[in-house]
Design a protein around this ligand. Structure first.
Ligand SMILES: Nc1ncnc2c1ncn2[C@@H]1O[C@H](COP(=O)(O)OP(=O)(O)OP(=O)(O)O)[C@@H](O)[C@H]1O
Ligand SMILES: [Mg+2]
Length: 245
């Protein structure tokens, strides 16, 4: 029997625009399968964050169909399951962290999922260790540095054991060593993810394919770089010019 891959996200002609603005998403088609690890690189303001927020049901499309885990999602009730199974790392960590201490912030998700206080604390400690932030339990969240906040925000998501991750610029503002740690963490995860970043090298380390958002539509790297190559060179898929062009 042939086992076909499960579809996690399917967007069918989804459009979204803010009032009096050109469409941010314009009849966008997109399918994301289980076990895929996708990178997304596109200019500022092209709609990457909007795309993630549409998937999570934080904003509603003007038109089009959304199916997640092979079920149509329209009502708020449908998105509750989506938010339980898909973890979104917000572009701005301050949107993610709202408890006084790091431990409380990480334990919040597991507690919400019905874990006991002891279980939630245990999960939080393990997640902090996994992410390399031992000893951060009682740190005051709002006093953390930007990079530390980003790591704690990632920990709050991982503690909920999501099946899928949507990470909105996880590497932004991180030093090289911390970025390497995130790279190692992501590569060790056995779950599907879409990662938005402006850093090609980071994305190529953690993803199998890189997509872009262009005029409201998602294009694969194959569609992005349509010019023909008769030679190979490192990062041939990266936008580049040749001397004689
Ligand atoms: N609430 C809003 N009202 C009006 N316009 C908005 C609103 N939120 C976002 N926009 C606009 O929608 C466009 C897409 O924004 P979005 O945040 O999705 O882009 P992005 O690709 O994530 O950009 P960046 O790389 O800077 O994070 C931008 O032009 C932005 O100014
Ligand atoms: Mg964004």
């Amino acid at each position: 029997m042939i086992k076909t891959k499960k579809t996690i996200i399917n967007l069918d002609k989804v459009s979204f625009f803010y009032p009096d603005r050109l469409p941010i998403l314009d009849r966008l088609d997109f399918t994301f399968y289980q076990d895929e690890k996708i990178g997304m690189m596109a200019p500022n303001g092209s709609g990457k964050t909007t795309f993630f927020h549409i998937i999570m049901g934080l904003i509603k499309p003007e038109s089009g169909k959304i199916e997640i885990f092979e079920k149509p999602v329209t009502r708020e009730k449908d998105f509750l399951e989506v938010r339980r199974r898909i973890g979104l790392l917000f572009q701005d960590s301050d949107d993610q962290l709202f408890n006084p201490t790091v431990l409380e912030d990480i334990a919040f998700g597991p507690l919400n999922l019905g874990k006991t206080k002891e279980e939630a604390i245990e999960i939080s400690r393990k997640t902090l260790e996994f992410i390399g932030l031992n000893g951060f339990e009682n740190r005051i969240t709002y006093k953390l540095s930007g990079g530390e906040k980003k790591l704690v925000a990632l920990a709050t998501i991982l503690a909920m054991e999501p099946e899928v991750l949507l990470l909105d610029e996880p590497s932004a503002g991180l030093d090289e060593k911390t970025k390497e740690r995130i790279t190692t963490i992501l590569r060790s995860l056995k779950i599907s993810y879409i990662v938005v970043s402006h850093e090609f090298d980071f994305l190529s380390e953690i993803s199998d394919s890189i997509y872009t958002l262009d005029r409201g539509k998602i294009l694969s790297d194959a569609e992005m770089y349509i010019h023909q190559h008769y030679h190979a060179h490192p990062y041939g898929g990266r936008p580049h010019k040749h001397k004689n062009e």
